[in-house]
Design a binder for this molecule. Sequence first.
Ligand code: ATP
Ligand code: MG
Length: 649
Amino acid sequence: MSETGALDSLLHEDRRFPPPEPFRRDALISDPAIYDEAAADPEAWWARWAAELDWYEPWHTVLEWTPPHAKWFVGGKLNVCHNCIDRHLEGPRRNKAALIWEGEPGDTRVMTYYGLHRRVAKFAHVLRNLGVEKGDRVAIYLPMVPEAAIAMLACARIGAVHSVVFGGFSPDSLADRIVDAGAKVLITADGGYRRGTLIPLKNNADRAMEHTPSIEHCIVVARTPSTARELDVRMSAGRDLWYHDLMRDIEGGVPCEPMDSEDNLFILYTSGTTGRPKGVVHTTGGYLTQCQATTRWVFDLKEDDRYWCTADVGWITGHSYIVYGPLANGATVFMYEGAPDWPNRGRFWHLCEKYGITVFYTAPTAIRAFMRWGEEWPAKYDLSQLRLLGTVGEPINPEAWMWYHEVIGEKRCPIVDTWWQTETGAIMITPLPGVTETKPGTATRPFPGIEAQIRSEAGEEVKAGYLAVTKPWPSMLRTIWGDDERFRETYWSKWPDTYFPGDGARTDDDGYFWILGRVDDVLNVAGHRIGTMEVESALVDDHRVAEAAVVGKKHDVKGQSIAAFVTLKEGHEPSTDTADELKQHVVEKIGAIARPELILFTVDLPKTRSGKIMRRLLQDIAEGRAVGDTTTLADPEVVRRLQQRYEEG
Ligand code: ATP
Ligand code: MG
């Protein structure tokens, strides 16, 4: 890494998309003055948002900042579950759909706010009867069923700290996370559906529980009809309990526990794209304040929206934008259990049509898969109810953005490209759809009340370098569970009192932020530091390419040369000519400096279970090393196949 930390910025993008007039006219926020208003006094600004929540006791101090530890709304008492459910029961939202759910096999459920409240309050009672007390940790390892949200909210209701572990994780990964958090109760299901097959969650949980002495009880949701037969579910007497038995036998619910604004709400482990996952700790008042604010404004959320975030509740996006943010706003949330290509590649679009989805939030990895599958799938369905699209998780290549805009949004829907992290808790950099003129590939500007900069290693403000968050924000992580030293070291040691997210970025003439990729992945070619994003975007710019990942490969003269792993759209075949044309295309788009020395075609890239490309493994392959830690990989086979192909030349 060079001393300055500056990045060369290569790609030029001048397509601009102002908010469509009909959208702007009806938008909750259409006045750009909001940015100045927030910047004038960010603490007062966040306090106004916090005041939209119900508090049992008011805070006495908005922010106590003893870097790197922040406390927000100090002295205030509230309950997240009350704010997400109970307070909506007073008015017309009582009988409004809170959750609309569809399982992969096509079964459906709808829960009103009243119905959700009843289940959550009862389940909170169940947990309390099992000895779960305020501050105790509860692990949740469930498929995308309503009980996942019910379990989270029930924990919040009694002040237990949940740790949701994505249902796709292996027994070992589950055990690691349970042990790290010291969870007392594990909530799982007999199984879950994925592409037509049953995932044996309880069997996985049993294997995990061989190594988790802290677990006293395991509560099992009966998700599948063939319970205990096809999956061979075994219940260990005394330890394991069926959810439906507990819910049948419990009498009534329990009230919400008043929590301190800074009491822990949950622990969540990061995706593990760059290394060993970190147990990120989020607290109560600040977290909910920023979730509520960003959900409402970024998604322009109105009373009659049908909102769908396709993330899994096992990720932060599912926490903040399936459960806490939307329910705090009294929204109707749609939740789907399964895969986008089951029973066919039109499933998501079928669901959009069937449920009249108006706001749709997904990840670039999904958009690139849709691109690869072709326009004919969305074309079969009526997507005219959609009015706003969002993306999160990785930088979105401009051509993927354009495809999303034209094919899914039918040029009518603004796109909000939202940059944030497990650690930030809520959206940080994003367009406001009724205000911001968007450009494909940029998350644009910090949300009002958030302050960010691009800095050099030395801490000077530069045009291209490291992304930095320069002021504390309400939903920021408070620490890493059990490892405050790692918290300081990872995020706060680069510059004084400033948060270092680990991403490279640049600005443009409008002051927009372009995320250029992970700092760990930055290429260094003949003294030029190049973010992965721009070279990948130049490749995806070719009409044949659906997805690309580039890595630096040791080179005697240049330091590094560029190796590109490329996935083609359906109907295109790999060939030496195509490889040469793609190399040339990169040269034309951004210059000879970025010419890939090697292009390897592949049908799959190694990704985390949340769908992010793991470039460090590709670099191991390109440099002929044994590949590093693959435990967070969705499909370890992909790496083996690639390695084999690579060695064959
Ligand atoms: P780990 O920290 O364990 O390596 P991770 O960083 O993948 O895992 P997450 O918190 O899920 O864990 O991901 C946050 C990261 O995702 C950001 O730091 C950034 O690299 C990327 N990201 C998220 N949204 C965007 C976006 N809109 N544009 C660009 N990058 C994004
Ligand atoms: Mg990260």
